[in-house]
Ligand binder design. Structure first.
Ligand code: E4P
Length: 218
């Protein structure tokens, strides 16, 4: 199972990467805006900085919503760095663009996926990754994990190679449940990834071990 971090914050990316368990990065226009990265040239330069920090796939999202625009933008993004994955929204023109990039051997991430039918189409078009947004489904009282289960079943039925990239991951149990279900990748914030480290019994046990050592060695 791969771990991606979902941010454009270079400090968080470095911190996750320093743990030694990071396999890639996902970004989106909102995450770039949150870091104050604006203007086409600054945005492209920021993607290169991310690629240089992490040894893994880095999803860069297109802004265009028509086929020609997505192709032009995606080709520019893909030419930036070999680690770039062109992130394309799940819309009709997006499916055409994914198929185009698949035929050219350029990696894609089909984003904003909220149903099994959408995930099936993305796989048919040859997407490298499909991004079901589990947190946003939970936000509207729909179980996001059920979608991951359904996509896993469909992809396994037909041997689709598209990787399930569970997105909009918000907390530790999302990650654990994705691991149980067989999602290929999770992407979430640093807080969710580092949350996996925590257990109160670990803290209590370590404090006791250190205190007992001090008693015998002081
Ligand atoms: C996926 O690639 C998106 O960037 C992301 O996971 C969205 O998460 P959010 O619902 O927390 O904004």
């Amino acid at each position: 199972m791969k771990f991606f971090i979902d941010t454009a914050n270079l400090k968080d990316i470095k911190e996750a990467n320093d743990l030694g368990i990071l396999d890639g990065v996902t970004t989106n226009p909102s995450l770039m805006a949150k870091e104050g990265i604006t203007g086409a040239e600054n945005i492209l330069a920021h993607y290169i900085k991310i690629c240089e920090l992490v040894d893994g796939d880095v999803s860069a999202e297109v802004i265009a919503t028509d086929f020609e625009g997505m192709v032009a933008e995606g080709e520019k993004l893909a030419a930036l760095h070999p680690q770039i994955v062109v992130k394309i929204p799940m819309i009709k023109e997006g499916i055409k663009a994914i198929k185009y990039f698949t035929n050219k051997g350029i990696k894609t991430n089909c984003t904003l996926v909220f149903s099994a039918g959408q995930a099936l189409l993305a796989a048919k078009a040859g997407a490298t990754y499909v991004s079901p947004f589990i947190g946003r489904l939970d936000d509207v009282s729909t179980d996001g994990m059920t979608l991951i289960d359904d996509i896993r079943l469909i992809y396994d039925n037909f041997g689709f190679e598209t990787q399930i990239l569970a997105a909009s991951v918000r907390h530790v149990m999302h990650i654990v449940n994705c691991a149980k279900t067989g999602a290929d990748v999770i992407t979430g914030p640093l807080s969710a990834i580092e949350g996996l480290l925590k257990h109160p019994l670990t803290d209590i046990g370590l404090a006791t071990f250190l205190a007992d050592y001090q008693k015998g060695n002081s």
